[in-house]
Write a protein that binds this ligand. Structure first.
Ligand SMILES: [Mg+2]
Length: 361
C-alpha cells in the first residue's frame, strides 16, 4: 500500500455543532429538543443556522425562512445574538491556547490548531482533540466535533465525518486511501461548478483525479490544477496561521453590590489575581505590564498601568504591583467591577515556528 513518509504535522480542525442554534438552546432550555432556526427577517429572511432537530426535516442554513417553514411547519425562529456567540467563542479559544499558540480561526465556530508541538507535551493529537471537546462541553455546555490529520484540508474534511459530538482521525498511514476514496466535491477548493466539470470528465473520487497528469490538470483547471494534483497526494503544506496574536490576558469580576472600602477591594483583587495566575501558568505566559481596571458605580471606567523591566507570571511577582496601582490615587466613587490584565507578553515576540514538510515519493 502506498504510504506517505514522515515527519508529519498534527492538525486538528475543531467545529462547533450547529453553533448558533445550540447557543440558543443552551440559553433557553425551553428550546432544547425542538426544531429551531436562527435568523430574523420574517418571510424574507434566510436561515443562518438550524438545530439538529430542524435538520431532520431538511432545514438547512441559507434556506429561505418560507421554505424552512414548509419543510417543518412547527419550526421556531429565534434571533441571532452575536455578542453572546463572541463571548462563548473567546472562552473556547482560551481553551485552545492552553494547548497551542498556533490557532487559526476560520469563523466564530471553527478553528485549526497545530498541535505538532504542544504546551501539554502530549504526542497524541487524537487525545488532545478529545480533551478539548470535553473541556468545551464542561466549560460552555456546547458540543464540538473534530477532525485530526496531517494537514488542514484533511482535518477539515474529517471533522464532518462523525458529526455531531464526534471526532475522526485520519492517520498518516490512511491518508492516501482516504483521499483516493474521497468524493471530489469534498475536496478543498472544489465548488459546485468545478465538481460538475469533473463529473463530466469522469472524475468522481480522488482516485479518478489521481489518474490525471499534472499537465492535464493544468490545462483543464488552470492554476488550480497543480493544487488538485497535490492535495489528492496528501500534499497541502499551508501552515496554521494564527491571525490573532494574543496581546493580553485578563481576569475581572463584577460585584453584586458596589464596594467602596479599599481593604475590601484588595480582598477581591486577591481572588482575581489567583484566577489570573492560573491562566498565566496554564498558558505558559509571562508579561511585563500590569493594568488595573476599575469600573465605578456611575459606569465610568478607569485604568491604571505599570510596566516592569522583567517578566512576571506568579501572583507573588505581580500582586505587589496591583496593590501599588490600587493605592496610587483616591477612588472617585464606589466600585462595581475590578479587573487585572497582563500586557507586554512574552508570547507577542515569539514568531510561530512550524515544520515545513517535503514528501518523498
Ligand atoms: Mg459548525
Amino acid at each position: 500500500m502506498e504510504k506517505l513518509a514522515p515527519p508529519f504535522r498534527k492538525i486538528i480542525h475543531v467545529d462547533m455543532d450547529a453553533y448558533y442554534a445550540s447557543v440558543a438552546q443552551l440559553d433557553n432550555p425551553e428550546l432544547r429538543g425542538k426544531p429551531i432556526a436562527v435568523g430574523g427577517g420574517g418571510d424574507r429572511g434566510v436561515v443562518s443556522a438550524a438545530s439538529y432537530e430542524a435538520r431532520k426535516f431538511g432545514v438547512k442554513s441559507a434556506m429561505s425562512n418560507v421554505l424552512a417553514k414548509q419543510k417543518c411547519p412547527h419550526i421556531i425562529f429565534v434571533k441571532s445574538d452575536f455578542a453572546r456567540y463572541k463571548e462563548l467563542t473567546s472562552k473556547i479559544r482560551e481553551i485552545f491556547f492552553e494547548y497551542t499558540d498556533l490557532v487559526e480561526p476560520l469563523s466564530l465556530d471553527e478553528a485549526y490548531l497545530d498541535v505538532t508541538e504542544n504546551k501539554k507535551g502530549n504526542p497524541s493529537a487524537n487525545d488532545i482533540a478529545r480533551e478539548i471537546r470535553q473541556r468545551i462541553y464542561d466549560e460552555t455546555g456546547l458540543r464540538a466535533s473534530a477532525g485530526i490529520s496531517i494537514n488542514k484540508f484533511i482535518a477539515k474534511v474529517a471533522s464532518d465525518i462523525n458529526k455531531p459530538n464526534g471526532q475522526k482521525t485520519v492517520h498518516p498511514d490512511e491518508v492516501i486511501q482516504f483521499l483516493e476514496e474521497l468524493p471530489v466535491n469534498k475536496f478543498y477548493g472544489v465548488g459546485k461548478v468545478t465538481a460538475a466539470k469533473m463529473y463530466n470528465l469522469g472524475i468522481f473520487v480522488g482516485n479518478d483525479l489521481k489518474q490525471k497528469s499534472l499537465e492535464e490538470l493544468k490545462t483543464l483547471f488552470g492554476k488550480s490544477g497543480a493544487h488538485y494534483y497535490n492535495i489528492v497526494r496528501g500534499i497541502h503544506n499551508s501552515p496554521v496561521k494564527p491571525n490573532r496574536i494574543r496581546k493580553s490576558i485578563a481576569a475581572e469580576r463584577t460585584f453584586f453590590e458596589n464596594i467602596s472600602s479599599e481593604v475590601f477591594m484588595l480582598e477581591k483583587l486577591n481572588k482575581i489575581a489567583d484566577e489570573l495566575e492560573k491562566r498565566m501558568i496554564k498558558s505558559s505566559t509571562k508579561g511585563k505590564t500590569i493594568t488595573l481596571k476599575i469600573k465605578y458605580s456611575d459606569f465610568t471606567q478607569q485604568t491604571r498601568s505599570k510596566t516592569r523591566s522583567t517578566f512576571m507570571q506568579t501572583k507573588q511577582e505581580f500582586f505587589p504591583v496591583v496593590k501599588e496601582l490600587l493605592y496610587q490615587e483616591k477612588l472617585k466613587n464606589s466600585v462595581r467591577l475590578l479587573g487585572i490584565s497582563f500586557g507586554n507578553l512574552n508570547t507577542q515576540k515569539k514568531v510561530p515556528v512550524w515544520v515545513q514538510l517535503k514528501f518523498d515519493f
